[in-house]
Each structure stands twice: as C-alpha cells, then as structure tokens.
Design a protein around this ligand. Structure first.
Ligand code: NAD
Length: 331
C-alpha cells in the first residue's frame, strides 16, 4: 500500500523521546518531509538521549527538555498536534529490575497520563507507540507472530505491555487513533554505545572500536533479528499515515536472523580488525534473557506493505563508520 507522505507536510508533530536514537532519526526524516517537529526529552544521563543526535537539524526542530512524567507540561504540549510518536522510555531491562518503580512511572504511568491529556485536549491526534518484542517473553515458537502468547519475563516487559495496552484501550473506548509497533533489536547511528542499557550491540561496537574483545555472554548461539533504524523510521511513518493501523499492533523484524557469535564475526570482518570472547552469562542477565528470538513481520507486510530494506551487513558498515567519526559524542 503506497504511503501518502504528504500528510506530514506542515503537520504539527510531537515526538516524545525525540533526542534518543530512534526519535532523532524519525525527526530528521520528518524535517525532510517539512513537518513542524517538537521533541520532548528529559536527557536523563543513563538513558539514550543525546543532543548530538540532532546536531544537523537543531535549528529546524523545537526542543522541549521536559520529563514525560510532568503531567501538566505534557498536557499543554499535546495540544494542536496531528501526530504523536510516543517513544520516550526507560529501555534497560536490568535497570527495570533494580529500579522497577521508575520503569513503571515512565513506561506505564506516564503513558496513561499522556493518553488522558490526549482525551481531554486533543482527541483527534494520531498516536504511534514504540512497544517491544520483550513482551512475548521466551518464545514458544519461532518466528514469533502477533498471536504468540504474552509472557514478559522482566519488569520492563510488563510495564511496556501496560503502556501498549493503554494505547489500544484509548483507541477502542475513546476512538483516539492509536497503534503500537513491537520493535525488535534496532541499531544504527545514534544508538547508545556507552553501555548495554539500550542494546548489547551498542557496547559491542564500542568494545570493537576501542580494540577490546567483544564480550559475548553464553555460548553465542542465541539467534536474533535486527532492524536498521531507517527501516524502523519508515514503519513509524507508514502506521502514522494510514488509518488501517488503528487499534492494531504490528511486529517489526527481519527474515535474516543470526547467531550472536556469527554477528560478532561479521562485525570483526567489517571492521577489518578485532576479536571476541565467550564469557559466562552474568546471573542477573541470564535470569531475564529471552534466548532465541526473531519475529514474523508478515502482518505489517501484508496490511501496510512494510518490509525491511537495509541488509545487516550494510547497516553495520554504516553504523561502524558513524561511530569512528563521532565517538567523542557518544563514549
Ligand atoms: N532500540 C531498540 O532496540 C528498541 C527495541 C524495542 C523497543 N524500543 C522502544 O523504542 C523507544 C525508543 O527507543 P530508543 O532505542 O530510541 O531508545 P533511547 O533511549 O535512545 O530513546 C528513548 C528516549 O526517551 C527519553 N526518555 C526516557 N525517559 C524519559 C522521560 N521520563 N521523559 C522524557 N524523555 C524520556 C530518553 O532520554 C531517550 O532520549 C523506547 O520506548 C523503547 O522502549 C526500542
């Protein structure tokens, strides 16, 4: 189904988590489509927000350093928007276990407040929520489709599920057009590489560029799928632009899935140098590891025509090059 990108031209768009990895890439694309873009972000240092992510579009977007838990501020920010991309989130699974209440406040309670603000001040808005494959828990079968049972195995998964369900509820009960994308591992320029809070792949890239061995937890046989950030941005735009997405959840994913050892070998090859080592799984991580996961994204492919374009090898090349050039802003 062709996407009518014209719907974004001159439209008023709010992106929560807009200084983060995916939010900033989405902002860049929306600026090109001549949307009026406002980014909300709290820039909490442990999270993925980084002003450098928008250095090239800084004068073309409005930035509001607000925490999404500030209900009064969000209530006013939500007004007069045609599109709300709801991407702000606490993303670390491990942090959600050590500080579960903060995760609850950001990933669930704040989402409910945002939806209430929409109901009261802007019921016409179209909302896209960034959900996660984590809500499925340990896969019972592969690839995982949207009919798979829901069984999150960490606090983050439970709170993201609540966030997702609030959006669907507000769609169904109040007619506020909302949908959710269940993202798989997303990677690319702008992701957090300081540590593994956002994705293990981030810290691997840092280890590689620092000439340290990439550390793979376990036997390296776990299989995963990956989406390059531009493909995820495209999916966000497609579901926002098309009301066939109303009240729906869609998996993102890729048909190409790789074992983690294979992935480390690929990174070393693309970098032209480097090593990796298998290390025992830290107990706290093992307890919340989902094992093999890759998605069946046939629903969004069939209903809205999305499929990933960027091959893993090509995306990783671009990502490595970005961090070679810009490491000073991300380390
Ligand atoms: N990257 C992935 O692989 C992946 C996978 C599944 C789901 N997701 C979801 O996609 C969304 C975007 O993820 P990302 O990879 O860009 O991560 P990110 O950490 O780069 O982006 C999230 C942004 O939200 C901001 N934020 C966090 N708490 C906030 C608060 N209380 N108030 C305002 N801003 C706040 C952070 O500062 C950050 O900029 C998240 O909701 C995440 O759960 C991402």
């Amino acid at each position: 189904m062709p996407v009518d990108y014209n719907v974004f031209t001159a439209s008023n768009v709010l992106i929560t988590g807009g200084l983060g990895f995916i939010g900033s890439a989405l902002a860049r694309r929306l600026v090109k489509l001549r949307a009026k873009v406002t980014l909300v972000d709290s820039l909490i240092p442990e999270y993925g927000g980084n002003l450098f992510n928008i250095h090239d579009i800084r004068d073309q977007v409005d930035v509001d350093l607000t925490d999404v838990r500030d209900t009064a501020a969000m209530s006013s920010l939500i007004r007069k928007r045609q599109f709300l991309f709801n991407l702000a989130g606490q993303t670390s699974h491990l942090d959600s276990m050590t500080d579960p209440v903060t995760d609850l406040e950001i990933n669930a309670a704040a989402q409910l407040h945002i939806l209430e603000a929409c109901r009261q001040n802007n019921p016409e808005v179209k909302i896209v929520f960034a959900s996660t494959r984590q809500i499925y828990g340990r896969p019972q079968y592969l690839p995982v489709d949207e009919k798979h049972s829901i069984n999150p195995i960490d606090v983050n998964g439970i709170n993201k599920l609540a966030g997702e369900m609030y959006h669907l509820l507000y769609n169904d009960v109040y007619g506020i057009r909302a949908c959710a994308l269940r993202l798989t591992n997303t990677y690319g320029p702008g992701m957090r590489v300081k540590d593994a809070r956002q994705t293990f792949l981030g810290v691997w890239i840092r280890q590689l560029l620092e000439k340290k061995p990439i550390q793979i937890f376990g036997n390296g046989e776990q299989r995963r799928d990956f989406n390059f950030v531009s493909d995820v941005v495209e999916a966000l735009l497609i579901v926002a632009a098309n009301d066939a997405s109303k009240g729906e959840v869609f998996n993102l994913g890729d048909k190409e899935h790789v074992g983690l050892k294979e992935l480390a070998e690929l990174l070393v090859r693309l970098n032209g140098a480097g090593t990796f080592e298998l290390v025992p799984f830290p107990a706290d991580r093992k307890a919340i590891d989902i094992g093999d996961y890759y998605a069946d994204f046939g629903k969004i492919e069939k209903v809205l025509g999305w499929s990933p374009r960027v091959k893993l090898e090509e995306g990783l090349k671009q990502t490595l090059e970005y961090y070679r050039q810009n490491r000073a802003h991300y380390w």
